[in-house]
Design a protein around this ligand. Structure first.
Ligand SMILES: [Ca+2]
Ligand SMILES: [Ca+2]
Length: 211
């Protein structure tokens, strides 16, 4: 009993030190597609009842180049201590074609918080923002765990700029020569089949913020 009490205190202490942890789900997610591979994105694909979007693809599929986009509403007055984006790959290998030994392309995460970040996926979201780094390397993925990328620096900048929304775009580093496409579970996939695979933006706020 004594031991249990101590553990509870220790956990409480850690929470106080780290501030609150907010787990946000995307307001919108979808794909920007260059269907003929000429380098110009001309279509936007988001989930509808008629045409479900259960996966967000990034890379090349046939001639089509796909980029994935997710946008989140930022909480007001959040002082960010740490932020991460978590996504879950789908299928056996996490990519199309879903054949053992196949790896998706090296994929870069772009982050934007200007006027394009508005809670809707649109053509203007293409080309927006700054590079946060490589979210997926060109090697076979470990599907037993989600993909987590640190976006603390970008979140701090967005909050400092007074942004109300933030957007994330995944693009293959060399789209024209990509041999496959990564498959990330969309919010709709999570709603239908597995809430644990929601694409989540986690923000740990600073303790003792200015409220
Ligand atoms: Ca095109
Ligand atoms: Ca947008």
């Amino acid at each position: 009993m004594k031991k249990l009490f101590f553990l509870t205190l220790a956990c409480g202490g850690a929470m106080l030190l780290n501030g609150a942890e907010l787990k946000l789900q995307s307001a919108a997610d979808g794909m920007l597609i260059d269907r003929n591979g000429d380098g110009v994105v001309e279509s936007v694909l988001t989930h509808t009842q008629e045409k479900p979007v259960l996966e967000l693809l990034t890379g090349k599929l046939g001639n089509g180049i796909h980029r994935s986009v997710l946008e989140y509403k930022l909480p007001e007055k959040s002082a960010v201590a740490k932020a991460t984006l978590t996504v879950t790959l789908n299928g056996r290998t996490g990519c199309h074609p879903d054949t053992p030994g196949i790896a998706g392309p090296e994929t870069v995460l772009w982050v934007y918080w200007g006027t394009e970040a508005d809670g809707k996926i649109g053509l203007a979201d293409d080309g927006a923002g700054e590079k946060a780094g490589v979210i997926l390397p060109n090697r076979a993925a470990d599907l037993s765990r989600p993909v987590v990328v640190d976006v603390t620096e970008q979140l701090k900048k967005a909050v400092a700029a007074g942004a109300g929304w933030i957007g994330f775009r995944l693009e293959a580093a060399d789209e024209k020569n990509a041999a496959a496409a990564w498959r990330i579970r969309s919010s709709e996939f999570a709603r239908r089949y597995a809430a644990s695979s929601l694409p989540v933006l986690t923000i740990v706020t600073e303790q003792g913020g200015r409220g």
